[in-house]
Design a protein around this ligand. Structure first.
Ligand code: G6P
Length: 369
């Protein structure tokens, strides 16, 4: 087992640090930025049906569901197709409206999640075309779908999903950039720019990982907190949900993720000097708005930990702690901004003496209801 952990103390830490490589593996042979090409061998026969879709339904559970939420923002932005993201467990039992030829995308690391598999079977029975975004080759979900794209992220052992999340985002971005190109909903220049940016993501993730020591120090100060709030807007809203989930899963600290603007409809009542609030506040189209949200928290004495874009000069004046990540296009930022949140949950859990790789009551793959 020590060999499998490759020198790291835990599988989770190994998998977090593996991300520059797993993201690159996921793009290998598929992305050719200089030629402006994306090749996805697994999505061919039904590519035209995807291009004709008047809506897309995404089903998943847990972290994979969060990847689906990022995809919703991306697909609507780039492809102009309406998207609904559903918890597989709700979708399968609520008599959903699905018509012949509708497109369903199932996202699953393990490919064995019972609810996701049942959602696929239901959709297929109603005539939907189902694509799988799956890590485990030959898994039940991979076999049940019509077509799909594997993550090629390598096996994920830690129960809390990390490298699968970033690989899911990478694949989804490639699939839907290609679709946007095919549909003509993206300008050639923007398409090229995003391909080049995507190619540079592994280096940016590598750089984001360099904050590990700083994050360990911050973790020391917050390890005894009873609650955490994670706030983000736009593409970083699902990242807030994912950050909160990571912390809950392995440190057993209660954490909630919220869209930052929605805070005033409830969570703001929780803020006092004992409430750590993690803002994912990188430079993007909602930057000014999130700066105001930080002010709202600070004026109520909340403790702010902000994930910011490298070189930000404004937020460091307001926040208690800032963690920098390299700049990238806002649609790709979740690939980078999630990294410090994974590390934060890891260090806090470790300091609290929790079993990081096998948290209580959780399973790597939930094959029963
Ligand atoms: C379990 C795991 C999570 C995972 C979720 C969905 O809850 O502990 O890490 O995100 O299942 O699993 P899947 O394999 O379908 O992505």
């Amino acid at each position: 087992e020590a060999i499998e952990k490759g020198g790291y103390e835990h599988f989770m830490l190994k998998e977090i640090f593996e991300q520059p490589k797993s993201i690159a593996d996921c793009m290998r042979g598929r992305l050719n930025a200089s030629a402006g090409e994306l090749t996805l061998g697994g999505i061919q026969n039904y590519a035209e049906a995807l291009a004709q879709a008047d809506r897309i339904i995404i089903v998943a559970c847990g972290t994979s569901w969060h990847a689906g939420l990022v995809a919703e923002y991306f697909i609507e932005d780039m492809c102009r197709i309406p998207v609904e993201v559903e918890y597989a467990s709700e979708f399968r039992y609520r008599n959903p409206v699905i018509k012949e030829g509708d497109i369903l995308i199932a996202i699953s690391q393990s490919g064995e999640t019972a609810d996701t598999l049942a959602a696929i079977e239901l959709a297929k029975a109603k005539g939907a075309i189902v694509f799988g975004i799956v890590n485990t080759v030959g898994s039940s979900i991979a076999r049940a779908t019509h077509e799909g794209a594997y993550l090629h992220a390598g096996p994920e052992i830690g129960v809390a999903s990390t490298k699968a999340f970033t690989a899911q985002l990478t694949v989804l971005i490639m699939v839907f950039l290609k679709l946007a190109k095919r549909k003509g909903t993206i300008a050639e220049s923007r398409f090229r720019e995003l391909l080049i940016e995507l190619e540079s993501v592994p280096q940016k993730v590598e750089k984001a990982l360099k904050s590990d020591d700083q994050i360990r120090e911050i973790s020391e100060l917050f390890k005894d907190a009873h609650n955490f709030l994670y706030l983000g807007r736009g593409y970083n809203f699902p990242v807030a949900l994912e950050g909160a989930l990571k912390l809950k899963e392995i440190s057993y600290i209660h954490a909630e993720g919220y869209p930052a603007a929605e805070m005033k409809h409830g969570p703001i009542a929780l803020i006092d000097e004992n409430m750590p609030v993690v803002f994912i506040a990188t430079r993007d189209s909602s930057y000014d708005k999130i700066v105001s949200n930080i002010q709202e928290v600070k004026s109520r004495k909340g403790k702010v930990i902000a994930i910011v874009t490298e070189g930000d000069v404004l937020i460091p004046k307001m926040a208690d702690f800032v963690i920098e990540v390299p700049a990238t296009h806002e649609a790709l930022m979740p690939l980078v901004s999630v990294i410090p949140l994974q590390l934060l949950s890891y260090h806090i859990a470790l300091m609290r003496g929790c079993n990081v790789d096998q948290p209580r009551n959780l399973a790597k793959s939930v094959t029963v209801e």
